[in-house]
Design a protein around this ligand. Structure first.
Ligand code: KG4
Ligand code: ZN
Length: 365
């Protein structure tokens, strides 16, 4: 019979406080018994970005409630849980600490094993949670805090092919929205405006696309939007609705081109090694963007690769992915103890040199 475990997962590395209960088998699809996410958008709204201290305090206040809700919704009591999994990095240190301390408290009080999970491993293993995809597969994590290509070979074997050297694309969407006076989060607002815009009116750069590697850069793109905006304002003393739409469309097309071009490169590298039944999976809030998704799907179709995008609730930050990744560790006999530390930086692929940059949403791994 397949071994399985009931795992309580906690996530608090950025601006979402989350708890989930999962039934995780050693092999085959996991069952999400509950998944609770409390976002902090309202708390940070006035500041135009995530304020780490406010985030940490809100996590500390909300974690207990989220855990209670997750247990109630799953109809499980703590005595039926086999282990507590928690994001122990990378991310905003105060938030990660809040989660780790809560998980340690639960573990110390109940005697339950404690399993630390790398947040990026949670994202990278989500395709197995939702679709039971076989290893290996290629993963693009693209959110407000992260952007990297990973070959996922097992629950603990990841090769990073490249990533952003500065801002993550979601961060660039958010900053662009702010420059144009659009509401946060910027991704959906910019996408909405872009629908009625002309992507070719402004000649925006495609940073690093001329380089053969899989690294990306998005901070210059946002600066290019700023310059184009300032030029229009200097000329016409303001932006029309059409100017804004054209800037959004141009920006979005540039991000989509860079992501598609670099995905093509990452796929070529991946296919050299793993030619049979290739899969590209995406995770992260930016994967919700229809224009970006369409370009990625085209790249996949051109190289006979399956394209997989988990449901948005599991693409963005959540605790189900942490419970799942922690469950796989636990079933393999791995666990931590009360010395588990919170790590603001924690690259999944320790063999690669660190990528530069620490953006608004915390350290990039
Ligand atoms: O994965 P996520 O919920 O949180 C982390 O960043 O970890 O991603 C949020 C990011 C935000 O920067 C948001 O602007 C972006 O994803 N985003 C989008 C879209 N929806 C959300 N970016 C582009 N287009 C979208 N439709
Ligand atoms: Zn994330």
């Amino acid at each position: 019979m397949t071994r399985q475990a009931i795992i309580l997962g906690l996530e608090s590395s950025c601006d979402d406080t989350a708890a989930a209960v999962l039934r995780v088998p050693e092999k085959g699809p996991a069952q999400i018994l509950s998944s609770v996410v409390a976002d902090q958008a309202r708390l940070h709204e006035a500041f135009g970005g995530v304020v780490p201290e406010i985030a940490a305090r809100a996590h500390a206040e909300k974690l207990d409630t989220c855990v209670k809700q997750a247990l109630t919704q799953s109809e499980m009591s703590l005595s039926q849980i086999d282990a507590v999994a928690v994001t122990s990095g990378p991310g905003l240190i105060g938030g990660v600490l809040s989660g780790v301390m809560t998980a340690k408290g639960l573990s110390a009080a109940t005697g339950l094993p404690l399993v630390g999970v790398n947040h990026l491993a949670g994202h990278a293993l989500t395709p197995k949670l939702t679709d039971d995809v076989a290893f290996p597969y290629l993963m693009l994590v693209v959110s407000g805090g992260h952007c990297q290509f990973l070959i996922v070979r097992s629950k603990s074997d990841f090769t990073r092919l490249g990533g952003t050297i500065d801002d993550a694309p979601g961060e660039a969407f958010d900053k662009t929205a702010r420059l144009l006076g659009l509401p946060q989060p910027g991704g959906p607002s910019v996408e909405r405006e872009a629908r009625s815009g002309d992507p070719n009116r402004f000649a925006l750069p495609r940073p690093l696309l001329d380089r053969a590697d899989c690294n990306m850069s998005f901070s210059g793109l946002k600066t290019a939007v700023l310059r184009a905006r300032d030029a229009i304002v200097a000329e016409k003393q303001g932006l029309t609705r059409q100017d804004r739409a054209d800037l959004c469309a141009g920006f979005q097309a540039a991000v989509a081109d860079v992501l598609a071009g670099k995905t093509k490169r990452a796929l070529d590298l991946y296919l050299e090694e793993n030619p049979s039944e290739p899969t590209l999976a995406v995770a992260g809030g930016v994967a919700a963007n229809q224009a970006i998704r369409a370009e990625l799907e085209t790249v996949c179709t051109q190289s006979d690769t399956r394209f997989l995008a988990p449901p948005l609730s599991l693409c963005t930050d959540n605790a189900a992915m942490i419970a799942y990744a922690g469950g796989l560790r636990f079933l393999a006999g791995e666990a931590d103890d009360l010395t588990l530390s919170a790590r603001p930086r924690w690259p999944l692929d320790q063999t690669q040199p660190a990528l530069l940059g620490s953006g608004r949403k915390g350290a990039k791994a």
